[in-house]
Design a protein around this ligand. Sequence first.
Ligand code: FPP
Length: 255
Amino acid sequence: MFKIFQSKNKPGVIPEEIKLDYQRIPKHIAIIMDGNGRWAKERNLPRTMGHKAGVETIRPIVKECSRLGVKCLTLYAFSTENWKRPQDEVEAIMNLLVQYLAKEFDELNKNNVVINSIGDIGKLPEQCRIELGKAYEKTKNNTGLTLNLALNYGGRDELLHAFKGIIKDINEGKISESEVDEQTIADHLFTAGMPDPDIIIRPSGELRLSNFLLWQCAYSEFWFSDIKWPDFKTDDLHRAIYDYQMRDRRFGKVK
Ligand code: FPP
């Protein structure tokens, strides 16, 4: 049974007992930024206002992850399935991405963040691709947090890309079939070279993975909460990390 953190009982308050172990901060945190639409609906606002509010949540969370020494933060911003949403909502999300990069670039760069993307970004509107490319080029030599924006990302699509890449490598004689192992697959994913997520956070009350990091989540800890993403605060991040640190990770072994 999943334990869901009920924000209603403890609104934005870190209980006294929360003391993070700074030696055991997760290396990779992945977040499904869910609940923007419902947040807006509760306020009689258009869904796009929920996404706008959701972008505001990103800044303090990225800053705190940097401060804590997290190596990778992956944010699920747009899935391969999200194209099926109304066109104006899709356009609004793409515009928010461009605005986010323009507005936050200096601060992110100053904080030594690498601005990276995962997903099949070739299918994004041209301006998004250009801005993402520029942001990555200018920050790729930074040594702090890697911020992975998952855009047109789907776990199955990523695996399909990886398998096709491996078949190509075999056909071109770069590797032999017998050499293919789990590491070969990991090396062909968008997250190649990054640690697997230690914790996957999903606010908004939904208890599913929605095609996110399907290969990489094999031993991730899951943290669910009923907080909607626009209401997610650094206190909630601390709570998630604290709960993660209380978990007993055995990776299939016996202690
Ligand atoms: C899920 O909530 C959220 C999305 C599909 C989009 C998230 C996008 C952003 C926060 C903005 C753009 C991203 C960046 C990186 C600037 P939902 O719409 O499914 O909410 P609901 O389940 O309540 O309807």
